[in-house]
Design a protein around this ligand. Structure first.
Ligand SMILES: [Zn+2]
Length: 328
């Protein structure tokens, strides 16, 4: 119910010692890569603060009135702020409503806590509005901002928060945790997830691990002229999460590592030989250019107004042409 992952013990102890000493800031900024459990930590911490009878290790009891309300999602002193469904931004009206709730007296007489995820998706008007609450907080207000891209928050917001970093755990810790969840291939999954265990678990639970091979095959066929970029773009654009494009970026990154002799640091360790063969067909400049292009398209694809088919056609045509230029 309140997962605290084994690799978060230090941050947990650190925050609770601040609570005990009465030195908890009004704003906390939880940062670190995707898939390490920052959001779960924020929830668990908020619950432990609002619980009436926390356990000896300061976790929420799960049985008191406050815990039952939090489990039902109806605790009046615990607020969540996220982008509306189908939207990518947190807007000013949402922040204003949140701030109005925060200035009201807490129902239980303790903290009023708001968890903002992903905090970097507040647009600038929303962020400015939140800044007022961060600068002049009412007593017992706690804002927990969670983000994997802290640089996208304004320096002023960052300076008003106590930052808590959540790096990826050690490979050993990550593997141990994954094996407790009956995951085989833990080593490969962790590599593919850049060491983030929750991301690795997601990969294990979907078909990505095998689909990666198909996507790479399709890219190889595209380069040798056996596949049409427009047809492939149609197929790829049906993947709601744009996974083929994401993995195309991952392959390109590994190809760059391979051409610069960093064999040890590639992520797709099971595709090493095939990636090396393809990498030899492109110049390092072409690989860098394609990778930049993929990242740019990934960012654009997050906007709902964008034509994903066209984005994919463009990058897939680049991919097939870059190879041809080299061979000519
Ligand atoms: Zn409780």
């Amino acid at each position: 119910m309140n997962p605290i992952y084994p690799w978060q013990a230090e941050q947990w102890a650190q925050l609770h010692s601040r609570v005990d000493a009465g030195r908890l800031a009004h704003g906390l900024l939880l940062t670190g890569p995707a898939g390490v459990g920052k959001r779960d930590f924020a929830n668990a911490f908020a619950r432990s603060v609002l619980c009436r009878q926390p356990t000896v290790d300061q976790k929420a009891c799960g049985r008191c009135e406050a815990c039952l309300l939090m489990q039902a999602g109806t605790h009046p002193d615990l607020l969540n702020l996220n982008p509306p469904e189908d939207k990518t931004q947190i807007v000013i009206d949402q922040v204003r409503e949140l701030c109005r709730s925060l200035v009201m007296k807490s129902h239980a007489g303790g903290y009023k806590i708001a968890i903002i995820v992903p905090a970097d998706q507040m647009n600038s008007a929303a962020a400015n509005s939140l800044l007022k609450t961060l600068e002049e907080p009412t007593d017992n207000t706690l804002l927990i901002l969670v983000t994997e891209r802290p640089a996208r928050l304004s320096a002023t917001i960052r300076s008003r928060c106590q930052q808590l970093r959540f790096p990826s755990p050690s490979t050993e810790q990550g593997s141990d945790w994954l094996s407790q969840h009956d995951v085989s291939d833990a080593a490969l999954l962790l590599r593919l997830a850049d060491g983030a265990p929750l991301l690795a678990l997601c990969l294990a639970q979907e078909d990505t691990l095998t689909r990666r091979h198909d996507w790479l095959n399709e890219l190889m066929k595209l380069r040798s002229g056996q596949l049409d970029p427009v047809r492939l773009a149609t197929e790829w654009s049906s993947d709601a999460l744009m996974r083929p494009l994401y993995w195309m970026g991952s392959y390109l990154m590994d190809m760059i590592r391979l051409t610069s002799g960093q064999v040890e640091s590639i992520n797709n360790i099971d595709l090493n030989d095939r990636l090396q063969v393809i990498a030899d067909l492109y110049s390092p400049q072409e690989l860098h250019y394609l990778l930049d292009h993929v990242w740019q398209n990934m960012r654009q694809a997050q906007q709902s107004s964008v034509n994903r088919q066209l984005l994919l056609e463009e990058i897939l045509i680049e991919w097939s042409r870059a190879g041809l230029r080299r061979r000519a």
